[in-house]
Design a binder for this molecule. Structure first.
Ligand code: NAD
Length: 480
């Protein structure tokens, strides 16, 4: 390693990864910036060697040293077994913010050409269903936990505003499904509404995620920055990539307090791997974001502008609409290198300030409640009984308990007491027990006794305590 040179970990990745990463590396080198690359392995080859995370120790050590990663796509094993190496990387290095900018590019014809789209999706990158906490609760019923924390919401929402301020942007939309998932997505909306007044120069607005998708297809120019939860952001950011030319043009950054990982939004494209056909633009633009992050603003502008000039010149890869004679990956790369130092006629370099990262809080982050109360218990039971028979049996079994059966639901729909609605049933019942009128309180001893009694007759697989914080129920109500 040459002293004085900024070191960057490079993960060529799978499929088209090595081709598009090589393209970006050649362009970075040609830009004259003083960086040095540490090439490491991750993804399919690591899984084949039996490394269950898909990330070898040497790769982790390199990232811990360099703190900056330029990464090609990594294949995700489908179905049972290993978790995605991408998700493992984000979790391991706490890159909690996924920033996905898209904008209209010269010569890239889309249904929205001429509407000057310039949108950034800021996606929470660690929590939500992507934590991958899943269980088969019965042989036929799967469960995934959607964990959302106040801390996680605050971090990503503050990052979205920091990004908006650094780029001189006008508005931040917060997109959630808080109307249905009132506690999880609702926490994201409430946190946004609590924090928004701290940013009076920016217009803040909440929008439901489904309407957001509709509005993005109808009138995308109304959006500037959109901040959202992990799953919503994954889908929305592919949608916005589609608005501006497709996955081949969409760069991204995974930002944390310690480490930043830069990569294209697209995957390993196995259908065109090794054919010198891949569009390297997304990875080159990701490399430009990386150069900006490490303080090489001029080189970042030069690389971005060279890409724009290349596109303006009419050079096209095969993924672009209406291409007769497509350029190869290497041909496109050489054209960008030849255009370094030139400036776009239609899209001059933008002014960027440094993104002021929200400070990280160490230790366990706690939200305190002034008062707490335990008001009941949900017991999840696997059973092939009809709801009325199951209810009668549970009532008989729990006669001596301070808790009494209040209701039973099947996949969220109330089936006892019957609402009269016909519900298609599976063998997975949520049985809600609440404190009897005569009883004053209960605790773990009563819960364990209740589970012992129920467990002697039925197969239970999961419980949830029903709590109240500061007098407010901390659980969802049943849905009729
Ligand atoms: P994909 O993005 O690899 O491919 C979708 C389509 O877009 C394909 O037709 C492909 O040829 C095309 N395409 C993608 N990038 C292109 C480019 N740069 N130039 C030209 N055409 C391009 O999505 P997929 O097929 O759903 O996923 C393939 C693999 O990639 C899976 O294993 C998936 O898990 C993985 N993946 C990884 C990442 C990542 O590493 N961040 C992201 C998405 C998918």
């Amino acid at each position: 390693m040459t002293p004085g040179k900024r070191k960057i970990t490079v993960l060529p990745g799978d499929g088209i990864g090595p081709e598009v990463v090589e393209s970006a590396l050649e362009i970075i080198k040609a830009s004259g910036v003083a960086v040095e690359f540490e090439k490491c392995e991750a993804g399919a080859r690591a899984f084949q060697k039996g490394i269950v995370t898909g990330i070898p120790t040497e790769t982790i050590e390199s990232i811990e040293r360099t703190r900056v990663v330029l990464k090609g796509p990594l294949e995700t094993p489908i179905g049972f077994g290993n978790r995605s190496a991408n998700v493992n990387l984000r979790t391991l290095f706490e890159t909690y913010g996924n920033i996905r900018p898209v904008r209209e590019l010269p010569g890239v014809q889309t249904a929205f050409t001429g509407r000057n789209l310039d949108i950034v999706i800021v996606r929470e990158n660690i929590e939500d269903l992507y934590a991958g906490i899943e269980y088969m609760q019965t042989p036929g019923v799967a469960e995934g936990l959607k964990l959302i924390s106040r801390e996680g919401c605050e971090k990503i929402i503050k990052l979205a505003y920091a990004y908006a301020l650094a780029e001189g942007r006008k508005s931040v939309h917060c997109a959630t499904k808080a109307n249905i998932m009132k506690l999880t997505e609702g926490l994201f909306q409430r946190t946004f509404e609590d924090l928004a007044p701290q940013y009076p120069t920016i217009k803040s607005k909440h929008i439901l995620i489904d309407n957001c998708a509709h509005q993005l297809a109808m009138r995308p120019e109304q959006f500037d920055v959109i901040v959202t939860t992990n799953m919503n952001g994954d889908i929305l950011s592919d949608l916005t990539s589609g608005l501006t030319g497709g996955l081949g043009f969409a760069p991204s950054a995974n930002i944390g307090n310690e480490v930043a990982i830069f990569e294209a939004v697209h995957g390993s494209a196995p259908d065109i791997a090794g054919k010198n056909k891949a569009n390297p633009t997304a990875l080159i633009l990701s490399a430009a974001m990386m150069l900006r992050q490490i303080g090489e603003g001029k080189a970042a502008n030069d690389v971005e502008q060279a890409v724009l000039v290349t596109l303006e010149s009419g050079l096209r890869t095969s993924d672009m609409i209406g291409v007769d004679k497509p350029a190869t990956t290497t041909g496109f790369t050489q054209a960008v290198i030849a255009n370094l130092g030139k400036r776009s006629k239609v899209s001059p370099p933008k002014e960027y300030k440094k993104v002021e990262m929200p400070p990280s809080r160490l230790g366990v982050n706690v939200v305190l409640a002034k008062s707490r109360r335990l008001s009941g218990l949900d017991v999840y039971i696997e059973s092939d009984l009809d709801p009325a028979t199951l209810a009668a049996d549970l009532e008989k079994l729990t006669l001596m308990s301070p808790l009494k059966l209040q209701m039973i639901t099947n996949r969220g729909a109330q089936v006892f007491p019957s609402s009269g609605r016909r519900v298609s049933l599976v063998d997975h019942f949520r049985c809600r027990f609440v404190l009897r009128e005569a009883a004053t309180s209960f605790g773990d001893a009563e819960i364990l006794s209740l589970l012992g009694t129920i467990g002697a007759a039925h197969r239970w697989m999961h419980i949830e305590k029903l709590q109240e914080f500061d007098g407010q129920p901390a659980f969802s109500k049943s849905q009729l």
